[in-house]
Design a binder for this molecule. Sequence first.
Ligand SMILES: Cc1ncc(COP(=O)(O)O)c(C=O)c1O
Length: 450
Amino acid sequence: MNTTTTSETKEIVQDNLDYTLFSWSKQKGITPIAIKYAEGVYLYDYDGKRYIDFSSGLMNVNIGHGNQRVTNAVAEQMKQVSYVTPSCVTKVRGELGKKLASVTPEGLNKALFTVGGAEAIEIAIKLARVYTGRSKIIAKYRAFHGASYGAMTAGGDPRKLPHDSQQIPNIIHVEDPYCYRCPWGREMASCSRECVSHIERVIEFEGPETIAAILMEGESGSSGCIKYPPDYLKKVRALCDKHGILLIADEVMSGFGRTGKWFGVDNYEVLPDMIATAKGLTSGYIPFGALIVSDKIAAQYNDKPLMLGLTYSAHAVGCAAALEVLNIYEDEGMIENAATMGKYMEQRIEAMKKKHPSIGDFRNTGLLGCIELVKNRKTKEPMAPFNAKPDEMAIMNKVATKIKELGMYTFVRWNYIFIAPPLCITQEQADEGLSIISEAIKIADEHVTH
Ligand SMILES: Cc1ncc(COP(=O)(O)O)c(C=O)c1O
């Protein structure tokens, strides 16, 4: 398979560096992996080096790479028709809608298809506002909902800070239920869920009649997999019900089997009013997303115009990719595998904690997980702080470089190393990945203070 010379590889990388811009980075000094092809949990570069993908790209390639069933489904659709205006219909759009309704939580049966996650969040915010006639959206600080203005304002993630001066109005942020570092200094077993009463107070201060929706991920992702306490979402749902507030679940990252269930909220038996999703819907093979709404919300627009739309809504090729991906999840038992492998990761990382004093915490739901590295388990001083500046990333950068050198691609952010491989991963491949991480975090272990 390796027919490319190193000088060709250099040219490929150089063209990318010279003529394209890279997200979220200083443009100088980037050393991207040039990926030639990918299969299952592996990526291969032009020099034939293999990388195990422990973050499924950006936690989206849930079925794994290179599944030719999707290629064929997309090609077949393109042979018939690629694009129709969203006011026309295709067979595949209806089939996808029906299939989706069979896997979504009860009573969420209608979808508006988008091109990605941020768009799904934007329209969720707009719809919540027009549906309720209220303006405010409550969201969490440690969350990312996408890079468009509305979605970015809704997320409290510091990626928004350079654009803060142009925030959309009426977004209210609340603290997260970050149990490892509880903002109220409590332990989960004995706490009074101050994380929920905090939201309740914010609702009172802001005026319940002004709040359209609470927006939360189905399960936390890139902010550090800040797993919800078991009854948290139910309590948030109850607050919403009390005050006529909608609950929007951002399932862009946590949806489609990532957490061992179809949706993150399924782990908590909570019914949201809307689900915004993307990523795993097509496993990244084609950019595609959806806002799925409750029957009650959908019914409101039977006799009133739904003032939302996109040129590429329900793009036929995206629909074909999504429909095939949903079938693959079922045919290949991937969601069950995500649950099993999530449990396996928990056991293996528990054992790794004995060997690696830098592992402060591991949090996961299925295959949405991350290891949090600390300098000291007692003080919990992080190996790199929240929103770390480049010089504060020195140790973690060395860990990340080692991970890459040893043949792994994964998402390393501040003091977090993400464990979110494709849902098709085998036990043997999980062991392979964890042994790379184990080797790399020896670097962090050397910086632990007792
Ligand atoms: C939870 C969550 N919501 C929304 C988004 C935005 O999705 P997209 O990048 O497809 O716009 C992301 C992207 O990482 C995400 O993780």
